[in-house]
Design a protein around this ligand. Structure first.
Ligand code: ADP
Ligand code: ZN
Ligand code: ZN
Length: 729
């Protein structure tokens, strides 16, 4: 008689409606319902015989939308867990985890977002001839000639032809298709080896360990140095899963960055359909890929973090590549960790999960040390390339002349003369992070954030890297009127300028978020790099992850010291990972690799560990420190974050929240409310309150009670949210 519906509103509850037509089959289906004065689309989560709500007040649901398949029960369960564990409203979890298409009511296809092809009926019609509607015939013939008309070309059709296309779709002469990905294989296949290599001894040991394990849930931590061939181990595990008719979910931090991985999987498993799921897909394509996964037709789903919610009826294996990567944690809106949910889902479905990395997160590493995860090690590079040699280049003062020590410039010059490629890594875009008055030290800062504006000389703008606010470069100091303003520090643009002056003949390419904004920019750049038409790459962390550029001999790292000053307790872990990843780009082909790290602290233990490729030793030191200081993974944390138009609003709310916490906290440590590290962000004042406990269960028992009280606490105009297992505090 009644249905319980998840609706996209920030309330921790479901909504009851009268709906006599609903059956058990409709659980997980979308339904149109009245909500306030609006009509919205929600998802049916349960059927009820009766509702505690006053019968007169229960509203009648609209139509149940059966055009798309229902969200299966196990996915609804993941969503429910996500809502409970991360204390995020269930309606928002359900609707934000589904492709955006599902949030809207289906309108007739006036905007085709997919590629299209001619159906059998369409071919028959074309043969018979369409004398009475030449415009339809023309469009139909065009699609027929093209085979598949890609979504981009469909979008570019003039309005008259789009109207014709709409009628062709309505008549069933043309249908939407997923057959567009094929050209991707052709494009990449010449650079990707399709043969199955003989496994190295370590790879074989890893594969055999997994094969020998009893079926069922198990988490494997594949710790393999850069270039050790982790991908080949994933591929063999996938082969086993696919052979038994299973589906594989493969999660990566970012998809566009390393298309070699996608091509390698596609080519190895050419007989199985692969779909991708990520936020750069057009809405229609994403919905279609979701359905392909749901129907079981797609055997491999390659996706970014949100793909953890994909429906996979025959899921047999989950792989999380680069599991340490921070982008598996969503930090806005629903704050969840796709890596952690992957392990949960593996447990739920009784299947193996492989977490792979050269620098595992300390959480995962500790889980392996304690025996919760099984560790698999690859300690040698797969193709016999030696590990790059790493040297410290000591400099005095924060920046050597022009940002690069002469030793670095000499080394770069020598490599370029030798026709090798060089990567100069600096994790800061723009020209200089500060523009400062030489007389009074005034520096322009963002009025919406507690942050300095970064000088972008190429665009002649000062830009806030936190909110995007931009303004012209000031001609004089706003405080004392002095016209002598100096750029201080270095970003990618300034390093590029220095290199162009020092190496006038070298072909230099800058790769950062500013130069890769358009969709095609990065593929084109990668093409240039692969063809050897670039000598020196200057770039940010976009260049540190997962690439395999065989011509790259030398990596120079600038400005790593900055992270040594960070107050964040995870800064060392992250810096070690980043340096190891970027160093791992060097010498992957036949050229022996070398890495030069420019630093004021050449004997810092962190750099020593990087130099010695000693992840294990360094991880143990960090874990000891964390155990002594009482930091994760030895405690479990949650942060209550609040923001308002004034700091007082945020702190008032948090003070009340801390009092409530004291009252219901058993074995949970409640810290004092404090302003956030970035006190001001996008015009909002921010503060936070940390709570932590030794045991996860203690923390969650507490959070359950506390969150309920917070829901009815006075907010003072502040907005708040709980961040469970925060990545930064
Ligand atoms: P990782 O992801 O561990 O950094 P990759 O999977 O990218 O390493 O492999 C590094 C290189 O070694 C690739 O070029 C890959 O083709 C090659 N490779 C991997 N396994 C083998 C093997 N068993 N024999 C020969 N080459 C291999
Ligand atoms: Zn001044
Ligand atoms: Zn700003």
């Amino acid at each position: 008689m009644f249905i319980q519906v998840a609706i996209d509103v920030p309330l921790p509850t479901l909504f009851d409606y009268r709906c006599p037509e609903a059956t058990g089959e409709d659980i997980g289906r979308r339904v149109r319902v009245p909500f306030g004065r609006k009509r919205v689309v929600g998802v049916i989560l349960a059927l009820l015989d009766q509702t505690p709500i006053d019968a007169a007040k229960v509203r009648v649901a609209g139509e149940i939308l059966r055009d798309m398949p229902a969200v299966p029960p196990d996915v609804l369960q993941v969503m429910q867990f996500c809502s409970d564990y991360y204390h995020h409203p269930i309606g928002e979890v359900v609707l934000s985890a589904l492709p955006s298409r599902f949030r809207k009511t289906p309108e007739l296809t006036d905007r085709v977002r997919l590629s299209v092809e001619v159906t059998a009926a369409g071919r028959a019609a074309l043969l018979a001839g369409l004398r009475r509607s030449p415009s339809l015939e023309q469009v139909l013939a065009r699609i027929s000639t093209a085979g598949v008309l890609s979504a981009e070309r469909v979008a570019a059709l003039p309005p008259s032809e789009r109207r014709a296309l709409k009628r062709l779709l309505e008549r069933g002469w043309v249908s939407e298709t997923l057959r567009a990905a094929e050209h991707l294989i052709d494009e990449a296949s010449d650079s990707v080896d399709s043969t199955k290599p003989e496994l190295t001894q370590e790879q074989r040991a890893s594969v055999e360990a997994m094969l020998a394990a009893p079926p069922g849930f198990k988490t494997w931590l594949l710790h393999g140095i850069t270039g050790s061939g982790k991908t080949e181990v994933y591929l063999r595990a996938m082969e086993t899963a696919l052979e038994t008719n299973g589906q594989v979910l493969f999660l990566v931090p970012e998809i566009g960055l390393t298309p070699q991985l996608e091509s390698r999987i596609r080519i190895r498993f050419a007989g199985h359909e692969l779909v991708t799921l990520h936020s750069n897909l057009a809405a229609g394509q994403r919905a279609a890929n979701w359905q392909a996964a749901h129907s079981g037709r797609a055997r491999i789903v390659l996706g970014t973090r949100s793909a953890i919610f994909a429906p996979l009826p025959r899921l047999a294996l989950i792989v999380v590549d680069e599991e340490h990567d921070a982008s598996f944690k969503q930090i806005e809106g629903m704050k969840y960790s796709a890596r952690d949910l992957a392990v949960w889902r593996g447990h739920q479905r009784g299947i193996p999960v492989i977490l792979g990395s050269a620098t595992p997160s300390l959480e995962s590493y500790q889980a392996a040390l304690s025996g919760r995860y099984r560790i698999l090690r690859l300690t040698q590079r797969a193709n016999d390339a030696p590990m790059p040699r790493i040297h410290m280049v000591a400099v005095n003062g924060p920046a050597a002349s022009n940002g690069l020590a002469s030793q670095l410039l000499d080394a770069i010059r020598a490599r370029v003369q030798n026709r090798e490629q060089v990567l100069v890594f600096i994790n800061r875009r723009g020209y200089a992070p500060v523009l400062v008055c030489s007389a009074c030290a005034w520096a322009p800062s963002c009025h919406r954030c507690s942050a300095r504006l970064v000088l972008h000389k190429a665009r002649s703008r000062m830009v806030c890297h936190h909110c995007g606010h931009a303004m012209p470069v000031p001609v004089a100091c706003a405080s004392c009127g002095n016209v002598d303003l100096h750029p201080l520090g270095y970003g990618t643009q300034r390093v590029e300028t220095t290199l162009r002056q020092a190496l006038p003949d070298a072909r230099i390419l800058r790769v950062d978020r500013d130069t890769t904004q358009s969709r095609d920019a990065w593929p084109q750049m990668r093409n240039l790099i692969e063809k050897g038409e670039v000598d020196v790459l200057v770039g940010t962390q976009l260049l540190s992850k997962g690439h395999d550029f065989p011509g790259l001999g030398l990596v120079c790292v600038l400005n790593a010291d900055q992270s040594l000053y960070s107050t964040d307790f995870r800064a060392s872990e992250q810096l070690f990972a980043q340096l190891t990843q970027v160093a791992g780009r060097a010498g992957r082909g036949r050229i022996p690799g070398e890495v030069l790290i420019q630093t004021q602290f050449p004997s810092h233990p962190l750099y020593r560990a990087v130099q010695e490729h000693d992840y294990d030793g360094f991880a143990r030191v960090l874990l000891d420190e964390r155990a002594q200081a009482g930091f994760p993974p030895f405690v479990h944390q949650a942060v209550l974050r609040a923001e308002g138009t004034s700091m007082e609003q945020a702190l008032n709310f948090l003070r009340d929240a801390a009092q409530l916490a004291q009252a219901c906290a058993h074995e949970v440590e409640v810290f004092d409310p404090a302003p956030a590290v970035m006190e001001r962000l996008k015009g909002k004042e921010r503060a936070q309150l940390l709570v932590q406990a030794r045991a996860r269960s203690q923390l969650h028992a507490f959070l359950d009670r506390w969150a309920q009280q917070l829901a009815s606490a006075r907010a003072y105009g502040a907005r708040w949210a709980i961040d469970v297992d925060p990545l930064s505090i």
